[in-house]
Design a protein around this ligand. Structure first.
Ligand SMILES: Nc1ncnc2c1ncn2[C@@H]1O[C@H](COP(=O)(O)OP(=O)(O)OP(=O)(O)O)[C@@H](O)[C@H]1O
Ligand SMILES: Nc1ccn([C@@H]2O[C@H](COP(=O)(O)O)[C@@H](O)[C@H]2O)c(=O)n1
Length: 231
């Protein structure tokens, strides 16, 4: 079967990671969590005393950390300078600071190059999820999906992950991060013109996965029919 590249973008908490991992596992594709890479570089900046509100300082340090992503959807990994970063990149401090770091053009240029080389090396194909995959990182992806969901649904999902979490505060934090990601100058969070929008507010995760798998299958069938040519 032909290799396929799937780009899945959307705001925070719309189900990009859960959907992308499951779709990649079902279809035998690699999986790349690009948010984890921006979180990893943010964690490195914090750990190394770089003031993340100083864009010039962030830009000057951007090339220093070595970030490596493992792309097995059953066991995605992320290391920074050889150290496992999977836990530390999920702290509240990293979450609150990642938008400032990801807005720095020098950071985006380096991470985008890394993402393209990982996608190029995925022999069977890959599902890449993030904010600018369909618009900037992989504009020629075979299929582009843009996931959405109401802020209420997203906050409820995220709060469900943490015992005793405040849904209102979670919703405000999601909205704030989306606003920062959508309004930055370089490669903002945006739907590509040719992306299929899927509103997941009233869908279960299984329904979203099924929907994306069907879209990939349809795309592959269309390509196969075109390759065969007219009868
Ligand atoms: N359709 C759905 N229905 C209910 N819960 C869902 C659905 N999709 C995802 N979830 C749950 O919502 C939470 C957030 O999902 P996920 O991490 O996949 O979102 P995301 O878009 O990757 O978020 P972020 O951009 O913040 O990393 C998870 O707990 C996940 O299990
Ligand atoms: N393609 C991307 C992916 C992510 N970001 C930035 O990283 C943050 C964390 O992403 P999560 O998916 O792990 O929540 C996100 O808020 C963006 O600032 C990005 O810029 N581009």
């Amino acid at each position: 079967m032909e290799s396929v590249i799937v780009a899945i973008d959307g705001p925070s908490g719309t189900g990009k990671s859960s959907t992308s991992k499951a779709v990649a596992a079902k279809l035998g594709l690699s999986y790349l969590d690009t948010g984890a890479q921006y979180r990893a570089i943010t964690w490195w900046m914090i750990s190394n005393g770089v003031d993340v509100s100083d864009a010039e300082a962030v830009a000057n340090a951007a090339a220093k950390p070595v970030i490596v992503s493992g792309t097995d959807p059953a066991r995605p990994t992320i290391t920074v300078d050889g150290a496992d970063a999977a836990g530390p990149i999920r702290t509240e401090e990293v979450t609150s600071k990642v938008s400032a770091v990801s807005a720095v053009p020098e950071v985006r240029a380096l991470i985008t190059e890394l993402q393209r080389s990982i996608a190029k090396g995925a022999e069977q194909g890959i599902v890449v999820e993030g904010r600018d995959i369909g618009t900037t990182v992989l504009p020629d992806a075979d299929l582009k999906i843009f996931l959405t969901a109401s802020p209420e649904a997203r906050a409820a999902r995220r709060s469900g992950e943490v015992k005793g979490a405040d849904v209102h505060a979670t919703k405000e934090a999601l909205i704030k991060r989306d606003a920062a990601d959508s309004s930055r100058k370089t490669s903002p969070l945006a739907k590509a013109d040719d992306a299929v929008e899927v509103d997941t507010t009233d869908l279960t995760l299984d329904q979203v996965i099924e929907c994306v798998v069907t879209l990939v299958d349809e795309r592959r069938s269309r390509d196969a029919a075109q390759a065969e040519g007219p009868e």
